[in-house]
Design a protein around this ligand. Structure first.
Ligand SMILES: N[C@@H](CCC(=O)N[C@@H](CS)C(=O)NCC(=O)O)C(=O)O
Length: 250
């Protein structure tokens, strides 16, 4: 039995859901409400001490870290093959999983704070005091202290500019990589594409979507169209926000 602990709009959760969908694997959903700080509660941190989603429970064994979850699913359910057979293309798949986590994820995180996260706290009437109390309860200092800083100091325009510059640099590499395409690791759709798809999906709803526009990066834009046309994408991204009052819909 596969059970995924996830949050509807979390990019890392979307990676796991996309992989499950590509492999047509049935799974049970446990939705962890990040904006209610359920991920900081002992019931969840017993499963994932990092206090982050996603976490995968496979017959009672817990796998954490989205890239590790993708590799695990590929090892255990190789019937639908998402890891290239060629060693060089496999290295590209690993490189793009790494790029998704090392560069894309933290920087879309910075750019998401003002545009999405702060807006949601405000609309739900969650005060700074409540957020700071939750941050202090988070057992993972990387996560708790980051949240505290985002409330106390905020994310400045300079922080956002820096994050967009890093995303721009990564997108340049992606545009070049896709010259060897059609997919990020070469001929075959792979874990590399799964790693990057949620990041591009997020960039599209952030304040500077022009960085993935066809006029600017035609290969990235074309790849993004092909990603969205896949039935697994439609399935994985159809998991909607259970909170109808939340202003963020995608
Ligand atoms: N490296 C981790 C990162 C996981 C992560 O940062 N998850 C975010 C959602 S995409 C989260 O749980 N954030 C909650 C928080 O910061 O409180 C992975 O790839 O699984």
């Amino acid at each position: 039995m596969l059970r995924l602990y996830h949050y509807w709009s979390s990019v890392c959760s979307q990676k796991a859901r996309l992989c499950l969908a590509e492999k047509s694997l049935p799974w049970e959903s446990v939705h962890v409400d990040l904006f209610n700080f359920e991920n900081y509660q002992p019931a969840y941190t017993r499963l994932n001490p990092k206090a982050l989603v996603p976490a995968l429970d496979h017959d009672g064994r817990i796998v954490i870290e989205s890239n590790v979850i993708l590799e695990y699913l590929e090892d255990v359910f190789p019937q639908v093959w998402l890891r290239p057979g060629d060693a060089y293309e496999r290295s590209l798949a690993r490189l793009w999983l790494f790029n998704a986590e090392e560069i894309a994820h933290p920087n879309v995180g910075v750019c998401s704070h003002n545009a999405r996260h702060a807006v949601r706290f405000k609309s739900a009437g969650i005060s700074d005091e409540v957020v700071l109390r939750a941050a202090d309860q988070c057992p993972n200092p990387v996560v708790g202290l980051r949240l505290r800083r985002r409330i106390e100091v905020g994310v400045t325009e300079a922080d956002e500019n820096e994050a967009y510059a890093k995303l721009d640099y990564l997108l340049d590499q992606m545009e070049r990589q896709l010259e060897q395409g059609p997919w990020l690791a070469g001929a075959q759709y792979s874990l590399a594409d799964i790693g990057m798809a949620p990041m591009i999906n997020r960039i599209e709803v952030l304040p500077r979507p022009e960085i993935i526009a066809a006029a600017r990066r035609p290969r990235v834009a074309d790849w993004w169209q092909r990603i969205q046309a896949r039935p697994a994408f439609v399935e994985a991204f159809s998991f909607k926000n259970p909170n109808a009052d939340d202003p963020v819909k995608r």
